[in-house]
Every structure is written in C-alpha cells, then in structure tokens.
Design a binder for this molecule. Sequence first.
Ligand code: SF4
Ligand code: SF4
Length: 375
Amino acid sequence: MSIDLSKMPKIGFGLMRLPEKDGVIDLDKVCKMVDSYLDAGFNYFDTAYVYHGGNSEKAVKEAIVKRHPRDSFTLATKLPAWFIHSFEDRDKVFTEQLERCGVDYFDFYLLHSIEDGNNYDTYEKYDCFNWGIQKKAEGRIKHFGFSYHGTPELLVKILDKHPEVEFVQIQLNYIDWDNAIVHSGELYKILSERNIPIIVMEPCKGGKLANLDDECASILKAIRPDKSVASWAFRFVGSLPGVTTILSGMSTEDQMADNMNTFKNFEPLNDEEKAAVDKVVEAMSRVELIGCTSCKYCVEGCPMGISIPDVISAINTARKFPGDMRPQFFYNGLVDRYSHASDCIACGQCEGVCPQHLPIITLMQEAVEKFESQG
Ligand code: SF4
Ligand code: SF4
C-alpha cells in the first residue's frame, strides 16, 4: 500500500519536547494538547524509543491510545541503532515499543537518524531494512522509512540499495537550505526527483526561526504583521511540493494554537514573501564565514589524516548558529572516522597548497576550542 499523499495532514505533532512539570512529562497538559490537535482535524503523532528517555512512548499510551479510537490517529516511532547489538535486539526493542505505546501496529516506522558511519553500518549489519519490510508484511507496520542526517552521497546510495523505502524524514528549513552540514536543499532535491514523500523535521531549526533578531523579524512583520515569525518557517516548508508532513515538537498550548492557525488556513508563500525569506537568510548569513571551497587539495597530504574541509564546515555552522548543538554532533561523528583537530602538528602542508590561502593551523585551534573543550 503506497502512501496516499492527499490524505496526509500537513502538520505532525512531534513528541520529543513535551511539556514537563517537576522534571516529568505533564500528562494533563499533553492530553489537552492532543485533544486540541485532533479536534483541529490533524492526526499524525511522531515519537521515538529514546524521546524523554523512553517516556514519550509511554505518554502516547496514556494521552492518545487509551483516550482515542485507534483509527482516529496515525502513530510513528523509530528503531534506535544505538540499542541494536544483535539480530534479536530488533524484535526486543520493537515488542517493547508496542507495549509502551499500547498498540499492536505502527502506522509509520523509521530507522532512526541514519548518518554516515557507525549508525548506518549497524542498520546494514543487522539487516534492518529487510526486517522492517518483514514487519510490514506481518501487518505490524503500515509504512516503512527512515529519518536522515547524513550526506547527499549516502542518501543516494541507500535509495539505490533499498527502493522499498516508502518515505524519508529530513531536516528541512529555510536557513539550512545551503548548509554544508545539514544539506537541506540537496536532500530535498534527491527525494523530489525520485517522488519519495518527505516528512520534515526541524522546520523551525529547534525554535531558532521562531525567535529571530529584531532586524530579521521586522523584514517579515513589514509584509504580514498579523503572522507570527514561526509561521513563516512552516509556510516555507509547507509550500514545497512532495512535503507530506511537517513535524513540530510543540511544548506549549500557545505554540500549538499558532501552528493550528497556520495549517488550518494554509497559505503557500507568494513571490514577495519568498523574497522576504531570502532577505532574512541573507541577514542571518552576514557573520564572517571561512571561505573554504571544499576543494580538498589539503586533505591527501595531511600526515595526521584530519578531514580539514569538514572541520571548517563545522566551524562555519557554529559561527552562524552560536549555541546550536548540531555542529558539535557533526564534529563528534567526524572524529569517529578521521583524526581530531587537536592532532594537528602544525606542519603547514595544508596552508602551502590551499588555493584560498586559509590560516588552517589557526582554524584547527579554533575547532579544538569549540568542539574539544567540553568535559
Ligand atoms: S598543519 Fe595540521 S592540518 Fe595542516 S597538514 Fe599539517 S597536520 Fe594536517
Ligand atoms: S585547500 Fe583550502 S579551500 Fe581547499 S578544502 Fe582545503 S582548506 Fe578548503
């Protein structure tokens, strides 16, 4: 059964940032939000084995499954590679998820957070793609896909190898469209060309696009004073063909009310509004970025095996988004496969060949300060 795009709601309720009280999920508030969401005509809930330390799936049972008919909502959850150490672990985790959520099937089931390196290797090592298809044949999963944080090259490889995948969840928002770590635009293009339905995560970049600085916010308010700043981020992704569902990790009733308003009366961005978003991107990009072109001339001769352009890419993203954890996660994944910036012995080989004349040794020190100073 293929996914009927016309029946997919545009906004999905992401259950990874649920409201808390005294350090635990505030179930009363979650119930109210679930009811408002369903009453507004939406029905897609997205959880995962690891959200809220496993308590998000338990909240699904209490707030949704016990209180609403099973056919009135669709439920998505995910298999975590980092809990899979044997073939048996796949079923062990899956059975636990069914029990936690109180259901006997999932509408959407994803391999969680595929990226280059260990994580993807684990899913292949334990044959998780074929396992997922088998679960579908058994009626335990209605639709099978994966969430993705890797490179465009790996995405193409996976889609070629596993054409059975029905949908892919990617990070997509206007500020990450050309981001050399997140690759939103490139991933979107690959999936669109193959007509693979796209589920969007981080449309607001973890809330950053809901809290723009005064300059950026005023660009948007000048055109639509009646609309929230966050609504522009949702309208940007909702205007893209092939996007079926946009997840929002809603934590408050106010956020939910604003999102409901955006999607109940959904208006795609018009040309004037698209130009305003471009202006915001331009203003947000005015921080000083390192002009590395990723030519990789420096890489082969590095005696320490440092992936220099990737390290620089992580620095650029960290400069652009202070406080954002993604460059740190990206760097952590990078040094699983290559050397640390702190391994640099200042031999100067790279600076001698860099056509952009970048001060690479100094940049490696900046990376050490930014990404290796914790703990
Ligand atoms: S200076 Fe550092 S980064 Fe550059 S080639 Fe030598 S060891 Fe590698
Ligand atoms: S040689 Fe210079 S521009 Fe090319 S990848 Fe290395 S640091 Fe970047």
